[in-house]
Design a protein around this ligand. Sequence first.
Ligand code: GDP
Length: 297
Amino acid sequence: AEMFGQLTTGLESAWNKLRGVDVLTKENIAEPMRDIRRALLEADVSLPVVRRFIESVSEKAVGTDVIRGVSPDQQLVKVVNDELVQLMGGEVSDLVFAKSGPTVILLAGLQGVGKTTVCAKLALYLKKMGKSCMLVAADVYRPAAIDQLTILGKKVGVPVYSEGTDAKPSQIAKNGLKEAKSQKKDVNCWKTAGHTLVDKAMMSELKEVKKAVNPTEVLLVVDAMTGQEAAGLVSSFNDEIGITGAILTKLDGDSRGGAALSVKEVSGKPIKFVGQGERMEDLEPFYPDRMAQRILG
Ligand code: GDP
């Protein structure tokens, strides 16, 4: 299925209703706006976000001057496009690098969302940027998780530091960073343990690791398939531990788009990267303008 396919089709029915009108008015946009509202809700965008979006688009659509050569339906497309870009944060939000010493990136998130995959993908992305990277397996609960990161690290040609399952996360924290420093790595990327649910144990461990390694970036990995729930998670992790952004995975699946559209508005934190496939190359920065274009089809 085409990503955002349903959302794109839903929005198309809004433009179609404006064929033949001379100018956008409060009256003739009412029904198309209901279509847009419905399409966004069906894409699992959070309700308050949809409300604000609809309000803002309606206001701007009616207020715009008629542009010569641009039909009213295309004018509404333009307003929706611009508003979608704003909703997703406007500009691309680049990774921040430390001024000196290794840049520490802490990856957090629930189990199964794609943290291990993202860790390796990010290492490859950074490697292509000319940065040297070391990964740290700070998940001490599941030996299979450590093995998996080690395998993927080999695949992308980036070393993985681990101490097995007997070590304490706080101990790995100290040693892992020391190791990255001694190897003069530019980036030290941490894969932390993910529980199946948000719980106190995971949060306090994350806080502990965060305190120990003083990360430049704390990125929450969320699964696009969970829609607006992903945005809620970004928000609660931010309240709890303080994060710098999110990475949205599985955007290649039959994602309805709600997560991509809600995260920034709900949490105040930008999506920095999107994962869209199982290959190591399938990670790219999140470009709000390109995403809006994909949504509009
Ligand atoms: P973790 O438990 O958070 O470390 O999750 P994993 O990295 O082990 O990923 C869980 C599953 O999701 C694996 O089968 C991955 O191949 C798959 N996966 C991760 N990212 C993506 C993605 O962007 N697209 C698709 N289709 N699958 C992904």
